[in-house]
Design a protein around this ligand. Structure first.
Ligand SMILES: [Ca+2]
Ligand SMILES: [Ca+2]
Ligand SMILES: [Ca+2]
Ligand SMILES: [Ca+2]
Length: 324
């Protein structure tokens, strides 16, 4: 009899689906540290964690080695960090997205302390910095999962910024922008967990969907951690697999691959240049024991830093796409 076997399989499968849909625990699926986190502009990554319960940022600057604690919002709404350099002065701007209203709040380092506010996106949208025109600064933008659409900003012929809509991706994808072809302009990239395929709509094809590049790399439940890990100006396709704590690299320059085992099973992966040689280090944050782990894989050096912060803090890298 085959039926009991099928029934037991169903019983086994159903609870997994339920955990997936209840979204009652933190599931990170995209850790976008590619846009860098350098508040003081010395080209060294400043580590930071965000407490979404209190809307507080805890960070350490590399220029003075001091720790800072900064309260951003007094209301009970929850905000997500979308850190990048939006005014082009080389310093990362404290920027936040309110997911229920689509409000962006930008504390530009070139500004006078008064935040710039705007509404781009609405409920269900994912905030993603992009630079599709290749100037010095990132622009605010969103990816709308249920429409598979990007709502971006571009330079018009007159020189001003104009909205641009490009369709790419489907509902379950992890989406981000990164310069994969190395022309200085963001390419639009989605990674599909079902089959592990990255779909890349490139700036060098004028975002022509018919010339999308498709690359299989990774499998379901991996977390994407894209960055330029060899310093050639091209964003490499990289994933971290929680089950074996292994980083899987696929380099943009020639498609070659590499693997590095690093991090703990409860960690959240990230990347950032800690020593200033232009190559990002592998970084993980353990929210349970509140500890950073850093691997400089070029120098084969390992560091860890314990922080005295509230227990529910998560790494405040540019964008952490997640379900809770
Ligand atoms: Ca810094
Ligand atoms: Ca800035
Ligand atoms: Ca590009
Ligand atoms: Ca480095």
């Amino acid at each position: 009899m085959k039926i009991p076997a099928i029934l037991s399989m169903l019983l086994f499968v159903i609870p997994m689906w339920l955990t997936d849909f209840t979204k009652d625990k933190l599931v990170v699926f995209a850790s976008l540290s590619y846009y860098s986190c350098d508040f003081d502009g010395d080209k060294l990554t400043d580590l930071a964690v965000w407490d979404s319960n209190s809307n507080k940022l805890y960070f350490q600057l590399t220029s003075d080695r001091k720790f800072y604690e900064k309260q951003f919002f007094d209301n009970n709404l929850s905000y997500q960090p979308v850190f990048a350099d939006y005014d082009g002065d080389g310093k990362t701007d404290f920027t936040f997205f309110q997911p229920d209203s689509g409000e962006w709040v930008l504390y530009l380092t070139s500004g006078v302390g008064v935040p710039k506010k705007m509404f781009v996106g609405s409920i269900g949208d994912l905030p993603i910095p992009s630079n599709i025109d290749g100037d010095k600064s990132y622009d605010v933008g969103i990816w709308r999962p249920n429409a598979g659409g990007w709502y971006l900003s571009n330079i018009s012929e007159a020189g001003g910024k104009v909205p641009k809509i490009i369709y790419e991706g489907s509902y379950q994808d992890s989406a981000f922008t990164g310069d994969y072809d190395g022309d200085g302009k963001s390419d639009l990239i989605v990674w599909r967990p079902d089959d592990g395929v990255w779909h890349i709509v490139k700036s060098t094809t004028s975002f022509n969907f018919n010339q999308t590049e498709h690359i299989q790399h990774g499998k379901e439940w991996d977390i994407i951690v894209p960055n330029d890990y060899d310093g050639d100006g091209k964003c490499d396709l990289v994933l971290w697999r929680k089950s074996n704590q292994t980083w899987y690299f696929k380099y943009a320059k020639d498609g070659s691959q590499n693997e590095i085992k690093f991090g703990g099973v409860n960690d959240i992966p990230a990347s950032g240049d800690i020593d200033g040689d232009g190559i990002p280090e592998l970084i993980t944050w353990d929210p349970g024991v509140k500890k950073w782990n850093v691997l400089n894989f070029k120098k084969q050096e390992l560091f860890s830093y314990q922080w005295n912060v509230p227990g529910n803090c998560v790494s405040a890298i540019s964008v952490l796409q997640r379900n809770e």
